[in-house]
Design a binder for this molecule. Structure first.
Ligand code: PMT
Length: 407
């Protein structure tokens, strides 16, 4: 953090009382800190406390009082230029709505607008859980995330209302850690930055009739971790996902689909334009030949289900990709069947395949960890240890980055 210029925007939430501690932590790390406080924020934390810990005047109103010496009429612009990062904590529903709409009626909202492009903005919404989950707050958060802001969701715990649940702002130490991570990522510009990356994730559902389907145990965790890691490296990520219960990673464009055919149609639109296609989805290889609309009656003792092949989305992309594009696959096999993964790498003409096996506790479907072996078409094989799916995704992206720099 040494020498970094950080602006902290504080809105009117009870968690504002923790921000002087964040300022102190940043100053101890050698950062220069300035604070923009909304009117609501002044109800929860004093200007004097913030000015004392930051050693700087606190910014509130856009217009300086006319009787002040050394009046700076353009400080709203110079602050946006000065900052290396803007942290808004706690961010209230009202300020989120203002930022989404582009309103500028105080220093915080105007700094948000004047901040130079590509400077990180970290937003820590903190409010009552019901407010946070309301459609309008969620819509505003999604808009800000799509603009490239990093949204850190509130934590669960005791709230000022006496209720217990979602809504608490993370502690100052955790805010500092998030800021350090984001600054580290943006400073080490990844070869993936600005590249269009498509990730498929989750299972597909293949209709038998109006109420039944064929599917598998994929939770989407691995694919979502890959999408999150790629977005953190500055890639423009489109995540095409089957039915899962996961939040969209910040900055990622999500397309929800149900069947393999829908996933295929959604993916096909990106075949020409994407730089990297990563297939982490467990796509059903077959679908019922003649699904019916209603509910099949159980009249007969036995019934036969006729299945037909689904399109192989990744293979289709790979076989028509141009020289600058990369096709990356996953292969879920039994632990001893790594050769099957190698075969898939060859027949689908992939650049890299991540072999993983199925183990109830450590790897594959549903669990939070995975054990990947990265097999490249150029001969290198890298065995990774058991890692969280997030870390495994980072290691996979490290390997993809190396491919990008070689090609
Ligand atoms: O979602 P999780 O619970 O976190 O589990 C993660 C995972 C186990 C699903 C994931 O890590 C994984 O291994 N995904 C691939 C599953 C698989 O075995 O795929 P496959 O061997 O059938 O296909 C090989 C590759 O072709 C995959 O990249 C797959 O996405 C792709 N494919 C397969 C069939 C098809 N019709 N279209 C495809 O694109």
């Amino acid at each position: 953090m040494r020498g970094k210029n950080i602006i902290i925007g504080i809105c009117g939430g009870i968690a504002a009382y923790k921000i002087p501690q964040l300022v102190r932590l940043l100053k101890k790390r050698g950062a220069n800190v300035r604070v923009a406080l909304t009117d609501g924020g002044t109800r929860f934390v004093s200007e004097l406390a913030l000015a004392t810990v930051s050693g700087e005047p606190v910014y509130r109103k856009i217009f300086p009082p006319m009787d002040t010496e050394n009046m700076d009429y353009t400080r709203h612009i110079t602050l946006g230029e000065w900052a290396d990062a803007l942290v808004i904590a706690p961010a209230t529903a009202n300020t989120l709505a203002k930022l989404t709409a582009g309103l500028c009626d105080d220093m915080l909202s105007v700094i948000f607008i004047t901040l130079r492009p590509a400077k990180p903005v970290l937003i820590f919404p903190a409010m009552d859980g019901q407010m946070f989950l309301s459609p309008s707050v969620q819509r505003n958060i999604a808009t800000l995330a799509a603009q490239g802001c990093t949204i850190i969701n509130p934590e669960s715990g005791e709230l000022a209302s006496g209720l217990c649940g979602l809504g608490r702002m993370p502690e100052p130490e955790a805010i500092l850690a998030s800021l350090e991570e984001v600054l580290h990522t943006t400073e080490n510009i990844s070869p993936l930055s600005g590249k269009s990356v498509v990730v498929t994730a989750g299972p597909t559902r293949e209709k038998i009739d109006g109420v039944r389907f064929i599917s598998n145990y994929s939770s989407g965790k691995m694919g979502f971790a890959v999408a999150r890691a790629a977005a953190k490296r500055g890639a423009l990520v489109t995540l095409i996902t089957g039915p899962v219960h996961l939040d969209t990673p910040p900055g990622v464009k999500r397309i929800d689909v149900e069947s393999a055919a829908e996933m295929h149609d959604a993916a096909q639109k990106f075949f020409r334009s994407c730089s990297i296609f990563i297939g982490a989805a467990a796509v059903a290889d077959y679908r019922p030949a003649a699904p019916c609309e209603g509910k099949i009656k159980k009249d007969a003792q036995e019934m036969e289900l006729s299945l037909v092949r689904n399109p192989d989305i990744l293979a289709e992309f790979s076989l028509q990709k141009s020289s600058g594009q990369l096709a990356i696959g996953f292969a879920l096999e039994m632990e001893s069947d790594i050769d099957n993964a190698r075969k898939k790498l060859e027949t689908k003409k992939l650049d890299l395949i991540a072999f993983n096996f199925f183990d109830h506790k450590t790897a594959g479907f549903e669990v939070d960890t995975n054990i990947l072996t990265l097999i490249e078409n150029q001969g290198t094989t890298t065995e990774l240890p058991q890692l969280t799916k997030e870390s495994a995704a980072e290691r996979l992206l490290d390997a993809i980055e190396q491919r990008c720099t070689r090609t």
